[in-house]
Design a protein around this ligand. Structure first.
Ligand SMILES: [Zn+2]
Ligand SMILES: [Zn+2]
Length: 368
């Protein structure tokens, strides 16, 4: 029919499980660091809540993103992270040769002597691991029983199971962990979850780091106050105004539901839709915007309201090529072959047009 386009198929209803999301308290650690009010990686608010929880014999999970280990440098004062001039990604720091490298284009840079934003002289090698968190928290709360769950401490199945059992049965007060703590674990007595540094998720040099950051933070947040009462999440970040941070704080269900990747992970339902990301690239941004608009129009004429975008992806330029992304959402029971034919037909139409010959198109089917 006319409103949904020629590609008519049954729309499946979207459902998601109701879970009570915790109260999320954002903490601007950039500001606190400036005022010298941070205790290591811990904000006063987080420490206060940990103390409170310990007194009530409730449990605490502290989440440190494993990706924080990706060596990068950042300005200690303002949080500036060096990025590639050709690509829209953060640079990786190689300590041995004292060089910054772009993982996308291979370009290397000398680390700057001072921060170009605030002229701060202290550029630190970022990436506090879980071990450091464990040491610090033991010093602050010597009476608490602390365990750490990461790749190092869970090399064997028994070790992993012991950490889980100890925490479940209340023998551990504070569990420090990476991604692992976000997956499929239900702990009833957790009242506080601390996300120590959300920025390590946002700045990781990866195409989908924003989507993943949202997903991960939402999952970790979901560990707090599962059954009995609403938990609290202290979300420490240097990017308090970042849209992803705001979505997490707002528990933006609408966003989550439309983001199929998130739903798939969060609610453990088989996917209702398959996603195809259509990436469009060109050296000239203005021309690319025109082309993206035309492609989106053509796609909408065929796929109707299954088309989202065009948008600039988080990494919107790679190797000097600008990128736009269009999302095609296809019902799971639909024919992917047919969808593919239609996509390629539109691509051919574009490239046959003299004005759009320089357009580069590629697809990511079932992106994860
Ligand atoms: Zn680059
Ligand atoms: Zn700075």
């Amino acid at each position: 029919n006319a409103t949904t386009g020629k590609y008519g198929l049954v729309e499946l209803k979207e459902r998601y499980k109701e879970i009570q999301m915790p109260e999320i308290l954002p903490v601007d650690i950039k500001e606190l660091a400036r005022k010298k009010r941070m205790n290591g990686q811990f904000s006063p608010l987080l420490l206060e809540y940990i103390r409170e929880a310990l007194e009530k014999k409730e449990q605490i999970i502290l989440f440190q993103n494993r990706r924080g280990f990706a060596p990068m440098i950042e300005c200690k004062v303002c949080g500036w992270v060096p990025k590639c001039k050709n690509c829209d990604v953060s640079l990786t720091y190689h300590k041995g040769i004292n060089q910054l490298t772009c993982h996308y284009c291979g370009y290397t840079y000398q680390p700057p002597r001072s921060c170009p934003v605030c002229e701060g002289k202290e550029l630190i090698n970022r990436g506090f691991g879980t071990e450091k968190v464990e040491d610090d928290i033991k010093l602050i709360f010597p009476e608490a029983s602390v365990a750490r769950m990461d790749l190092d401490t869970t090399r064997t199945r028994t070790a992993y199971e012991k950490i889980i059992a100890d925490f479940e049965q209340g023998r551990t007060d504070i569990l420090i962990g990476t991604q692992m703590v976000s997956k499929g674990l239900d702990f009833d007595r957790v009242s506080i979850v601390g996300i120590l540094n959300a920025d390590t998720m946002l700045n990781y040099p990866d195409f989908r780091s924003y989507e993943r950051a949202f997903q991960l933070m939402a999952q970790v947040a979901g560990r707090a106050g599962r059954k009995n009462k609403r938990g609290r999440v202290v979300l420490q970040t240097k990017s308090i105004d970042h849209s992803i941070i705001n979505q997490v704080i707002a528990n933006d269900y609408g966003q989550m539901v439309s983001g199929q990747l998130v739903e798939r992970q969060m609610f453990h339902y088989p996917p209702y839709y398959r996603l195809v990301y259509v990436y469009l690239k060109n050296k000239h941004e203005a021309l690319l915007d025109v082309m993206a608009k035309v492609v989106a129009e053509k796609l909408r004429a065929t796929f109707g309201d299954r088309i989202f975008g065009p948008d600039a992806p988080p990494v919107a330029r790679i190797q000097t090529l600008f990128i736009r992304k269009i999302v095609v959402k296809i019902e799971y029971n639909a024919s992917m072959n047919r969808a593919r034919e239609l996509l390629l037909r539109i691509q051919r139409e574009m490239l046959d047009d003299e004005r759009f010959k320089s357009l580069i198109v590629y697809y990511d089917v079932d992106p994860m």
